[in-house]
Write a protein of this length. Structure first.
Length: 66
């Protein structure tokens, strides 16, 4: 039985946090918010895909140390 926790730990960069802030900032244009959301979604999707592939292959090293 696999005793690995059933969650993914996602470590995000300062850039990702800035994108999140911009995506929710009502002082920027709607286009800037949409661009930030699009970029953030791509960034998070890449992280999740990488971690899911690693988990499927049994590579559960700390993603910060890869």
């Amino acid at each position: 039985m696999n005793d690995q926790p059933e969650y993914l730990r996602i470590t995000v960069s300062a850039h990702a946090l800035q994108l999140l802030a911009t995506a929710n900032d009502r002082t920027v244009t709607p286009e800037q918010r949409a661009d930030a959301r699009t970029e953030l979604c791509g960034y998070l999707s890449a992280i999740v895909e990488r971690d899911l592939k690693a988990a499927a292959c049994g590579d559960m090293r700390d993603p910060d140390n890869r």
